[in-house]
Design a protein around this ligand. Structure first.
Ligand SMILES: Cc1cc2nc3c(=O)[nH]c(=O)nc-3n(C[C@H](O)[C@H](O)[C@H](O)COP(=O)(O)O)c2cc1C
Length: 360
């Protein structure tokens, strides 16, 4: 069996609904992301052949996945994340994915968005551990031991903290890894993640633990690796801010992992709110030339791998990339009005200068 890289020097791109599509994943892989997750895919959507599901599952041989009839390459493994609360649909979803050549899977037990939790899926699964275990048993049986991960939060709320017992059971059932975003579902993204919980889990689980939560810079990731003993880290909003976070992570590790620019939230006396965290992330400086290179490369990849959505996607990604840049507001206003590539390129040239001859 091929093994999935779950090591400090193999940072993951988190599942990011609306964002971790094929072009963005390829961009992150070029920067050093070792494993990428798809956006979450509905198990029912897969079983009933939902319209959006195909776009979410778009991949290429270059991305390292086995396409129907193709051969498996696990240099750049892709993890398909699914969500759903019903064991039979979840099992069928994995069967369908396996049949199509996908090899690695993850169950979303952490999403706190009402659209997902009201169906009993995502973080709502933490409110019904017996059902979560029924689902887990079914999907692990379908995927095979070691091929299924689970992405958890601490619990639904502080009075129902289930991550330890649940993770132990999942590992005993044959889970390949467990990812923990150490907040309660009711917190959304507010408050400071409880990284000690990752340390506890890493010390007691027989399977690798991956850390997620407020890893906004590579230094944050290195610090969590060092402080918790987790097997690897997953970058989410930090990667959306700057996909070069993966390259930085690898550089820091090579240089002995001395995190000079760790993210230390300055939240005054009160707890850090989700908005505070976003403000800190948005205000983090970026290198203009590096950003220009990233944006131009992203546009190339989007045009190649997602042509029908490429322009629209760039109109959403670029404003996120440039948030902390001088002149970002004006740039955003111009980008969202672009209706063709010439217009987009002209805006990029206006703000970042002419494209250099050599491509990234
Ligand atoms: C825009 C957005 C979309 C997300 N989509 C998913 C998803 O599809 N599945 C999932 O398990 N988590 C999802 N998450 C949670 C992230 O994977 C990650 O666990 C969380 O953002 C904490 O990491 P961060 O603070 O470094 O961003 C999403 C988060 C954001 C901000």
């Amino acid at each position: 069996m091929n093994l999935l890289p779950i090591r400090p020097d193999a940072p993951w791109l988190a599942p990011l609904a609306g964002w971790s599509d094929l072009p963005f994943r390829v961009l992150c892989r070029e920067q050093g992301a070792a494993v990428c997750c798809t956006e979450m895919v509905s198990a029912k959507g897969l079983v009933y052949g939902g319209r959006n599901t195909e776009d979410l599952l778009a991949t290429t041989p270059q991305e390292g996945e086995m396409l129907e009839g193709g051969s498996s390459v696990t240099d750049h493994p892709l993890v398909v994340q699914i969500f759903g609360a019903e064991a039979d649909f979840m099992e069928q979803a994995v069967q369908i994915l396996k049949h199509r050549g996908f090899e690695w899977f993850d169950v979303n037990m952490g999403c706190s968005v009402p659209k997902v939790t009201k169906t009993g899926a995502g973080a709502a699964m933490l409110r019904d551990v017996p059902n979560a275990l029924r689902v887990a048993e079914a999907v692990i049986k379908a995927a095979g031991p070691g091929r299924m991960g689970f992405k958890l939060r601490l619990g639904w709320d502080p009075s129902h903290e289930v991550y330890r017992e649940l993770a132990r059971e999942l590992a005993a059932m044959g889970a390949g890894w467990v990812t923990l975003h150490p907040r309660h579902a009711v917190q959304g993204f507010a408050g400071v993640p409880r990284f000690e919980a990752i340390g506890e889990l890493a010390a007691e689980l027989p399977v690798p633990v991956i850390a997620s939560g407020d890893l906004f810079t590579a230094a944050d990731g290195i610090r969590v690796l060092r402080d918790t003993g987790c097997a690897s880290v997953m970058y989410a909003r930090g990667a959306l801010k700057n996909p070069a976070i993966f390259a930085r992570h690898l550089e820091l590790l090579k240089g002995g992992g001395q995190p000079a620019e760790a993210f230390v939230p300055d939240c005054g006396d009160g707890p850090l709110s989700a908005q505070d965290a976003c403000d800190v992330l948005d205000a983090m400086p970026v290198d203009r030339d590096e950003l220009a290179g990233v944006i131009r490369r992203h546009a190339q990849l989007a045009r190649r791998w997602s042509p029908h959505l490429a322009l629209l996607k760039m109109r959403t990604f670029v404003p996120r990339y440039v948030k902390s840049m001088d002149g970002a507001r004006a740039l955003r206003q111009e980008i969202v009005k672009c209706t063709d590539w010439d217009a987009l390129n002209a805006v990029l040239e206006k703000y970042f200068g002419a494209e250099p001859e050599t491509e990234l």
